[in-house]
Design a protein around this ligand. Structure first.
Ligand SMILES: Cc1cc2nc3c(=O)[nH]c(=O)nc-3n(C[C@H](O)[C@H](O)[C@H](O)COP(=O)(O)OP(=O)(O)OC[C@H]3O[C@@H](n4cnc5c(N)ncnc54)[C@H](O)[C@@H]3O)c2cc1C
Length: 376
């Protein structure tokens, strides 16, 4: 049998690609070296922020709008609640990129945000402690997506649409055997044939920089949960947040208490690592700075440490994603380098990669994410 597509790696992105391709009626084989929705890659930790007024680059907004539609579609298909809109408050100096970038994105794409000064933040969200002079951008459309549930939903959708998924199996290599066929070597000495490949191996893509031309740095990143002192941090009262403040190692972001505690982490703070050598032992040296910053931002939120886990960022030099054809074979589509902000896009990345596999122009312009930008 020659599969229409073999998807290598079934984390957030690969599971979304497998679901999209199978729903298009293609024969799909997905291979994943670990189990379904595991906690050894980049897609675990109970929650991920989702928002639209994107400070990182206004060109992401059309993708985000489509991503929201596709998350809702996946919820309808599976009957699972995958996204909860708690609203999100971005706070920082008025001149910071978080504030200027999010307001510029909102303006360019006609998104609704509210600008609050420090007093306005205190009145609206009394649990928060902005400094005088800081401002907030509140976006009601922001919130939380639940990663493990989402990956299971993609995998289930893929299987329902006829995909074959193999877990505990890794793809070791591939080679083109004729103009139409690629032979993929799997662990255990097996080989399968495919017309096309989707390469969605998250942090492990860093091991292939020489062949993909995508320079990637993998960074250890710790997310932590704390039991708060009061009920002020429930999602009904407290929005998701991101705080860009001088004195912090990088922005602190977090998620209200959905019953597991308030979650918080610093964006892109941690040592570089190789993906198979990630130090998974979390210590107080990892979590004390998070607790301290969280309690300064929302006193009582980090009253008691609950738990923490180490995860991996795959950072490109410009921290934008890398999605496009493999330089050595245009029948291989690569999607990686999600730089610590990719999960919210998984639903639309699935659609986008399926379009590229089909050689169809994507409905949203993604030229700015082409891996070709690293060629020089
Ligand atoms: C701590 C943390 C917080 C984050 N917060 C946010 C957030 O708030 N909002 C947001 O939008 N994004 C966030 N992100 C980013 C987001 O989670 C990632 O961009 C996304 O999960 C990456 O998914 P992936 O599929 O590329 O990688 P992964 O989930 O790691 O999937 C890759 C898969 O490939 C498998 N694999 C590797 N090699 C092989 C092989 N040879 N054969 C078979 N399988 C293989 C791996 O086992 C793995 O399952 C965060 C990331 C981290 C780490």
């Amino acid at each position: 049998m020659v599969y229409d597509v073999v998807v290598i790696g079934l984390g957030a992105m690969g599971s979304a690609v497998a679901a999209q391709c199978a729903r298009r009626g293609w024969s799909v084989l997905g291979v994943e070296r670990h189990g379904p929705a595991h906690s050894l890659g980049a897609s675990h930790g109970k929650s991920r922020l989702i928002r639209q007024a994107y400070f990182e680059h206004a060109d992401y907004v059309p993708l985000l709008l489509r991503a929201y539609d596709l998350w809702r579609e996946l919820e309808t298909l599976t009957g699972e609640r995958l996204v909860t809109l708690t609203g999100i408050l971005l706070t920082g100096d008025p001149a910071s990129k978080v504030i200027t970038g999010s307001t510029a994105s909102a303006k360019r794409h006609g998104l609704h945000v509210e600008i609050l000064d420090a007093e306005g933040i205190r009145r609206r969200f009394p649990m928060m402690r902005p400094h005088d002079g800081e401002v907030g951008v509140f976006e009601r459309a922001g919130g939380v997506v639940f990663p493990e549930r989402a990956v299971h939903a993609f995998l289930g959708t893929a299987v329902d649409a006829g995909a074959e998924l193999r877990f505990g199996v890794s793809a070791a290599d591939w080679r083109r055997v004729d103009p139409q066929t690629i032979r993929v070597k799997l662990s255990g000495g097996l080989e399968v044939s495919a017309r096309r490949i989707a390469l969605t191996i998250g942090p492990w893509l860093s091991m292939m920089s020489a062949s993909t031309g995508i320079p990637l740095r993998v960074q250890r990143n710790v997310q932590a949960w704390f039991r708060p002192k009061t009920l002020d941090f429930s999602p009904e009262r407290c929005p998701a947040f991101l705080l860009d403040r001088a004195g912090l190692p990088n922005p602190l972001y977090g998620v209200p208490d959905f019953g597991e505690g308030v979650k918080a982490a610093f964006h892109a703070v941690g040592p570089d690592t190789r993906p198979d050598e990630l130090d998974r032992t979390v210590t107080k040296a990892d979590t004390d700075p998070i607790a301290h910053a969280l309690n300064a931002w929302m006193p009582g939120a980090a009253d008691e440490f609950v738990g923490a886990t180490a995860c991996m960022y795959s950072l490109t030099p410009d921290e934008h994603f890398a999605i496009g054809t493999h330089p050595a074979d245009d029948r291989v589509i690569v999607a990686g380098g999600f730089s610590g902000h990719g999960f919210k896009f998984a639903s639309v990345v699935g659609e986008l990669v399926a379009d590229l596999l089909e050689e169809k122009a994507p409905r949203v312009d993604v030229d700015f994410l082409s891996p070709r930008r690293f060629a020089n």
